[in-house]
Design a protein. Structure first.
Lengths: 108, 122
């Protein structure tokens, strides 16, 4: 089955840039979605179709991918960005959907 | 405004069954596939199942195949998850999520409900 790997945690100072990676075989050939989940809340889409933002999501959130790595970048990080971030793809070989294990972003 | 409200969670003994429901509003339910995703306490998201817009196609995670059945009633804008032979490791918050597409394939999760907690314990 298709496996996604994410760092368990990323720490960043306010105003700096946080980078969260999602690694999977040839992930650049897939559509990647990123979710933000704050404690006690449901996940919210922050990036879809690799690098598009839903309305209401700040421009500080961006996505990219190349080869085996998809990347969520949060620029000018704010305290309110502290959350868990998950990537998701669809695996066409198994017709299964896969989430990455999640990355806890901590704002120092 | 998409709204998804899950219900049916609670405490259930190991080996028993439980049926979860998700009531949808704010979009044309019958034209979108729907997902169930769960999250064990303190753990990550785990995709469980997806059903196509018309209910004709269903796919399940290998970890739960055979014990879970996803279904929908488009006349009532409702999604269901029948869970049988429940185990302690099924303890989780169960979310329903709207797909971005009508087909069961290639449609990632879009909007989510707030979830319903299922606790499997004697």
């Amino acid at each position: 089955s298709y496996v996604l790997t994410q760092p368990s945690s990323v720490s960043v100072a306010p105003g700096q840039t946080a980078t969260v990676t999602c690694v999977g075989i040839n992930i650049a050939s897939k559509s990647v979605r990123w979710f933000q989940q704050k404690p006690g809340q449901a996940p919210v889409v922050v990036i879809y179709s690799d690098n598009d933002r839903p309305s209401g999501i700040p421009e500080r959130f961006s996505g990219s991918d190349s080869g085996d790595t998809a990347t969520l970048t949060i620029s000018r990080v704010e305290a309110g960005d502290e959350a868990d971030y998950y990537c998701q793809v669809w695996d066409s070989y198994s017709d299964h959907y896969v989430f990455g294990p999640g990355t806890k972003v901590t704002v120092l | 405004q998409v709204q998804l409200v899950e219900s049916g969670g609670g405490v259930v003994e190991p080996g028993r069954s439980l049926r979860l429901s998700c009531t949808a509003s704010g979009f044309t339910f019958e034209t979108y596939a729907m997902h169930w995703v769960r999250q064990a306490p303190g753990k990550g998201l785990e995709w469980m199942a997806v059903i196509s817009y018309d209910g004709n196609y269903k796919y399940y995670a290998d970890s739960v195949k055979g014990r879970l059945t996803i279904s929908r009633d488009n006349s009532k804008n409702t999604l269901h998850l029948q869970m049988n032979s429940l185990r302690a490791d099924d303890t989780a918050t169960y979310y329903c999520a709207k797909s971005e597409k009508k087909t069961a394939v290639a449609g990632l999760c879009e909007s989510w409900g707030q979830g319903t907690l299922v606790t499997v314990s004697s």
